[in-house]
Design a protein around this ligand. Structure first.
Ligand SMILES: [Zn+2]
Length: 194
């Protein structure tokens, strides 16, 4: 209850600072939310790396809770790499990527949890369908499984879920999905950041 009140009172700082690149329109009929860490724990370095690799998250949440908007979710980002979830490959096409500034084994900050929860709530309002309530880690979608670990063991899903509406935010349940999907032909494996 207290956490929900805190969330209602907390409106984080959101800065619009787009990554200069070309982006295709995303399939916004599916709106999984995929969480990452940057691994280096440094927004400036992460930004330079993204630009070099022609990669992009949609949002970056700094340790002080500031949200940087890198790309509008109407466009497809490039953050998930080779990926699979619930019958869909190429999760970039179907997801909104949020990266949290974190260098493992660093703990995430309280402000990062509140800002991320606020951001997810606002995205769920914009894309008010069932899929926008499915919040995944990069580790949940990276293919083959085990290729990525983020947002990692230090990320406390229960805190995020308490901050978001606990009845709508849920963890993935892989057991419902085929364990060995047919791997499609990929044109080119692009190196992607965390
Ligand atoms: Zn990642």
């Amino acid at each position: 209850m207290l956490l929900r009140l805190l969330l209602q009172l907390t409106v984080p700082l959101l800065i619009n600072k787009p990554i200069p690149d070309k982006h295709e329109i995303r399939d916004s009929s599916v709106n999984y939310i995929v969480l990452h860490y940057d691994e280096g724990g440094d927004y400036k370095i992460a930004r330079i790396t993204l630009i070099k690799r022609h990669a992009s998250y949609h949002y970056f949440v700094k340790r002080d809770g500031t949200i940087i908007k890198l790309l509008d979710p109407m466009y497809a980002g490039s953050h998930a790499g080779l990926s699979y979830y619930n019958g869909n490959f190429h999760i970039n096409k179907y997801s909104i990527g949020i990266c949290l500034e974190n260098k493992p084994p660093q703990e995430y900050t309280r402000k990062q949890y509140t800002s991320t929860a606020w951001l997810i709530k606002s995205l769920q309002q914009r894309y008010h369908d069932s899929t926008s309530h499915i919040i995944l880690g990069h580790s949940d979608v990276a293919w083959p499984r085990g290729r990525k670990q983020d947002p990692g063991k230090r990320f406390k899903w229960n805190i995020l879920h308490q901050l978001i509406d606990s009845t709508t935010a849920r963890k993935p349940n892989e057991s419902k999905h085929p364990k060995v999907p047919i791997v499609p032909k990929h044109k080119k494996k692009r190196k992607n950041p965390h």
